[in-house]
Design a binder for this molecule. Sequence first.
Ligand SMILES: Cc1cc2nc3c(=O)[nH]c(=O)nc-3n(C[C@H](O)[C@H](O)[C@H](O)COP(=O)(O)OP(=O)(O)OC[C@H]3O[C@@H](n4cnc5c(N)ncnc54)[C@H](O)[C@@H]3O)c2cc1C
Length: 471
Amino acid sequence: MEEYRHFIERCQQLIGAEYVFISDEDKKPFLTDWSKRYTGNAIAVLRPKNTQEISELVSLCHERNIAIVPQGGNTGLCGGATPQDKGISVVISTSRLNQIREIDVDNATITLDAGVILAHAQEVALSAGKLFPLSLAAEGSCTIGGNLGTNAGGVQVLRYGNMRDLTLGIEVVTPTGSILNGLRGLRKDNTGYSLKDLYIGSEGTLGIITAATLKLYPLPQSKTSSLVAIKDIGCAIKLIHQARESCNADLTAFELISTRALTLDLDKVKNLGSILDTPSGWVVLLEFSSMENEQQSRNQLEAFLGKALELDLISDAVIASSIQQSGDLWSIREGIPEAQLKLGNIIKHDISLPISNIASFIEETEAKLKMLWPNMQTIIFGHVGDGNLHYNLAPLSPDLSKDIEERRSSINQLVHDQVYSYSGSFSAEHGIGQSKRDELPLRKGSIEIEIMRSIKKALDPKNLMNPGKVL
Ligand SMILES: Cc1cc2nc3c(=O)[nH]c(=O)nc-3n(C[C@H](O)[C@H](O)[C@H](O)COP(=O)(O)OP(=O)(O)OC[C@H]3O[C@@H](n4cnc5c(N)ncnc54)[C@H](O)[C@@H]3O)c2cc1C
């Protein structure tokens, strides 16, 4: 530590001593990831307040060869924001970069700092009579910078797209400390390579995103949600087409949930009644947003569900009759990631597949997994409207946690082999981070990996930006 005394003093001069954490106690919350799977080390956690301060800190790190781990809300699920154990690094937290820079209602854009919490960005848009549609269960803690770093998805990708689709411009501090100002609010801009697209999803390995200009949308006048029991997974896919083709309202979310996942928190589902007993073991939580009033939307939803019953796609449905009830349905869905933790050691997969392959994938993979290790259960839920499944595996009882852990690599291999045999991806939303880094070269073509390595080398030749992540 002594050898870094001058570096720490310089950081203190640049951003103020109270924003340079060096004690173990102060650093602790920043050194372990949300799932508690990864813990690392850093000589300091730095909390600058604006782009200029980040630029100065990054220049200093570049000069002293000190690695940097960008961190937003630390809700990432792949260990991307956690420093490694080895090497000398600092965490740069964006928690103080929390200014809303501009709302341009006519251009339907918001420009804001990267440390703004997602839920706050949604609230600010709402107060201007607009919608910022990115929505995910960690929205109370995750940041715009983290959403960009991981190209976050969530429940409304079906209608509005993921973070990449919602972004018009970004500001970045490059690995040498220069400030790249690309905060343009343009929907058309064909002026060479799209650098913003390079940084989105780069998980802090190419620079620190310090601000962004994002798209806003008209605020729907009404939203209706329904939980429906489907006859089988194939019916879920037919139901998406039916919803898109037969309703004026926008289908804004379509979540497939196994009843096993749904009933993890029995308290939350006690009022759902017979829907939990659906013989197929599958339900769909869907949401329509509309520019029409509540009653018109509800009529449309009822007509849609009536038609789905007639077509024998669904067997039962609960319609939320108030905003409160709709919120309750969504809180069950959003509570699943936490609720499953009580099952013991969980092996998580965040996969995507062509929608047409989902039913066969689920059926075949479960059978193969049971042959590999009968003492496991699947916990499946996800944004099936865009082909994204959280395909998680838990032991049949928590005391078998050690046994499932011992099988982690063979289980991962089996699931990922299945994913690729069905033309899917083993990382749909959460990114690569540390958890999938070693497998990336095996799953992507060698040319793709070579190009990615060349880009990394060109932009960060000293490999100081989030080393050990992604590549
Ligand atoms: C309960 C729960 C539910 C979730 N649901 C979803 C979901 O539905 N969809 C989804 O996509 N994700 C989901 N996630 C994952 C996570 O919330 C997202 O990946 C989120 O975008 C991470 O934001 P963050 O601010 O917490 O980033 P962090 O965890 O702090 O960082 C994530 C990565 O981005 C990098 N990074 C952070 N800030 C910056 C920056 N300013 N510039 C450059 N790189 C940066 C980090 O280095 C790291 O590699 C969920 C997580 C939890 C805990």
